[in-house]
Design a protein around this ligand. Structure first.
Ligand code: SF4
Ligand code: SF4
Length: 383
């Protein structure tokens, strides 16, 4: 598949918000400014989903993009929420509501969202693949794909059974997950290439982790290329892989947007020296990362105790990387417990979060670690 949108798309999973504790408080002015500049620079691909931003993400994209630009100015991707549909009728209802919420008559790209063992049987039972193919035949989908977060073995099974109907795959590919046992980026990409499926990359920066490296790792990159950001290394790694025709990344600031679009405007793959540096950076990251969370937020939807899991893991990672623990403890209290969310120690172990986690993290075990680290330091009234 030829490169579109200069090989780079705007991921809309984490759009700017006014209040970090409420994903629906969109900063519409900022979103519009980012989309405008993205388009002005010649990039045209936008990726949203039914479930993003507490199920309101498509509405924000409509307001900033499809209400303000002619249909020919952009390509829009959205996704069928495999966790949410209950039968064939609900699939159809969700799909029609998505067209309306996005303000379009068709999707340029449409994906079965977050495919994995937890939803595969349901997709087979209700023939989600056949449903999506039908929508493509009706002209409501131009290109049909699947975003995938599971083992290469399951990916191959799906490709054998349903691959003929899929035009592309969306895979989590970044240098930290390249050989990671739970993500296995390399093996999944090799399968996509073997089955002739062009690939869109998601999580090239692993939820921002690869844009904020441990200082020791960043120093290695700066010594080789003083002006290049860590994010640009991650983008070049992902975009340089065989079979990749588009890389997605979310952007919250103009600085990020300028940096990423510059990377793709003047794209060059990593050379052998840079790949050697990447391998050393991976070693440093692995030694410094306590919880490999990408902050996708999927785990929080059904948590009965309203625990902001990715936020706690981010705080935990930052406290484990530094010796200055006071600020993280204060943030834990101010923006989480004080804001009305559950503490890490409130977890009742129901396991709903783990069933939703595309990274297959042992969330309950990590929350115990977070509770050990932070809950003891709370004011008495919050315990
Ligand atoms: S196991 Fe704990 S964190 Fe996960 S959904 Fe249940 S209560 Fe929430
Ligand atoms: S714990 Fe898993 S599901 Fe939750 S935000 Fe992190 S990666 Fe996503």
């Amino acid at each position: 598949m030829e490169r579109i949108s200069k090989g780079f798309g705007f991921g809309c999973m984490r759009l700017p918000v006014l209040d970090e504790s409420n994903l629906k408080t969109f900063d519409h002015a900022k979103i519009e400014a980012l989309f405008d500049e993205f388009l002005r620079r010649g990039f045209t691909y936008f990726d949203t989903a039914y479930t993003y931003h507490g199920y309101d993400g498509e509405l924000a994209v409509k307001k900033a993009l499809t209400d303000r630009y002619p249909r020919s100015a952009y390509q829009l991707a959205s996704k069928l929420p495999l966790r949410d549909f209950t039968d064939r009728d609900s699939m159809a209802q969700i799909f029609e509501s998505q067209l309306e919420r996005c303000g379009v008559d068709y999707f340029d790209y449409y994906l079965l969202h977050n495919m994995g063992h937890n939803v595969y049987a349901k997709c087979c039972k209700y023939d989600a693949f056949g449903f999506a193919r039908q929508k493509k035949a009706e002209g409501k989908i131009r290109m049909l794909g699947m975003s995938f977060h599971d083992t290469p073995e399951l990916l191959e099974e799906i490709l054998q059974k349903y691959g003929d109907g899929l035009d592309f795959l969306q895979l989590q590919i970044n240098y930290a997950d390249w050989e990671h046992p739970t993500v296995q980026s390399r093996r999944c990409l090799e399968l996509a290439n073997r089955y002739g499926k062009p690939v869109i990359v998601m999580e090239p920066c692993k939820g921002g982790t690869l844009a904020n490296l441990p200082l020791e790792a960043e120093a290695l990159m700066k010594a080789y290329s003083p002006d290049a950001s860590p994010a640009s290394w991650a983008m070049r790694f992902a975009a340089g892989q065989p079979g990749v025709f588009l890389v997605l990344s979310g952007m919250n600031s103009m600085a990020q947007l300028y940096d990423n679009t510059d990377t793709f405007e003047h794209f060059t793959p990593l050379n052998d020296d840079e790949m050697a540096i990447i391998r050393e950076v991976v070693r440093i990251i692995d030694a410094n990362t306590a919880v490999a969370c990408t902050a996708c937020g999927y785990c929080t939807h059904d948590c009965p105790k309203r625990i902001p899991i990715p936020r706690y893991f981010s705080l935990y990672n930052s406290i484990m990387r530094t010796t200055g623990s006071f600020s993280s403890q204060a943030v834990y209290y101010r923006n989480t417990v004080l804001a009305g969310f559950g503490k890490a120690g409130d977890c009742i172990g129901c396991g709903r979060c783990e069933r939703a986690c595309p990274q297959h993290l042992p969330i309950r075990m990590h929350l115990k670690q977070v509770a050990d680290k932070f809950d003891g330091g709370l004011p008495k009234t919050a315990k």
